[in-house]
Design a protein around this ligand. Sequence first.
Ligand SMILES: N[C@@H](CCC(=O)N[C@@H](CS)C(=O)NCC(=O)O)C(=O)O
Length: 323
Amino acid sequence: MNEEAGRETFRPFLFSFVMAAPEAAIHRARVCGRKRVVGAPTRARWMAGSSPAMTRGVHLRPLEKRVAVSYVGVICRSAATRFGFLILGCLIWRLLSGFVTGECASSCSCCTSDFDSRFGAAVMPILHNMQTSGNCYKVRLVAHQLGIPLTLKEYGANAGDTRKAPFLAKNPNGRVPLLEFEDGRVIAESNAIIWYLSEGTKLQPEAKWDRGLALQWMFFEQYSHEPYVAVMRRLLSYAPKEELEAKRDRLPELTQRGEAALGVMQTHLAKHDWFAGGRYSVADIALYAYTHCAGEGGFDLKKYPAVQAWIGRFEKQPGYIPL
Ligand SMILES: N[C@@H](CCC(=O)N[C@@H](CS)C(=O)NCC(=O)O)C(=O)O
C-alpha cells in the first residue's frame, strides 16, 4: 500500500475516534461523576476478580461494587460505541470522498467518476456530435442506456468544422465523435468511447473470453465493416454531389467489401442471438450503428435474414433510441 492509500485508510479510523471520544466521556461522567472516582489500581484489582480481603484494606462496599460492574459496562458500551462510530465514520468518509471526487459510493453501473447525474449539467461530458453519424449514435445510445447525461455539441455533416483549428486542438484526427470531460480530458474513436463508458456495466460481458470476443467484433466493425458500409451510406445519401462523383469509381469495390462484412455477420447470427457473451452488449451496438441503415448505402438487408432478425431483437432492448 502506498503512502497516500495508507492515509486514506487511516482517515475514517481517526474520524470515528474523534466522534466517539465525547460519547465515552459522557458515560464516564455519568457513572463516576456523582460518587467518588475509584483510582486505577483499585479498578484493576476489581476487574482482576480480587476479593475485598486481597485488596490491602480496600473494602468493596455495595455502592462501589455497583460502580465496578457499571464501569465494565461503560467500557463495553464505549467499545461498542467506538465500533459503531468506526463503521459510521467509514461510511461518511466514503460518501464524502465520493462527493468530492464525483465517484459513486455504491459503485453502481449507472455512473463513474467522470459523469454523475447528482452533479447536474456542470460536469456533463460534452459529446462532439454529428447527428447523422452512426459512430456518434453509438455513443448517444450507450449513454442513454446507461443513464449518462451528455451535452451535445453539434457539427454539420459537410461543414468541415472538425478540420478547423479549434477542433483539431482537441482531436488532431479531425473526426467526431469526441467525448470531452470537464477537466479537459478527451477521448476519440467511437468504439473506444463506448468501451470506456460501459466499463463495469451490463453492456460489457464479464468473462475474459467473452470480453475478448466483444473486442474482436468491435475491431471487425472498424476494419472490415464501417469503412465500406458507412462510406457507401455517406456517398449515396449524405455527401455533396462532387464528392460522390470524385469517388464513383470506388463504389463497386466498397459495395463488394460491405457485402462481405454483412455476410460475416449473417454467418455468425445464423447460430447466435448476439455477438458476444450470449447477450446484448457494446459489440452489438458497435455493429448495429451502420448495419441497420445499410439500405442508405445501397445494401439490401433482405439478403441477410439473420441480420434482419438481430436488428429486430436489438430494437426491442430497454432504453433503445433510434439514430
Ligand atoms: N474511426 C472513427 C471514425 C470517425 C469518423 O469517421 N467520423 C466522421 C463522422 S462519422 C467525421 O468526423 N467526419 C468528418 C471529417 O472527417 O471531417 C470512429 O469510429 O470514431
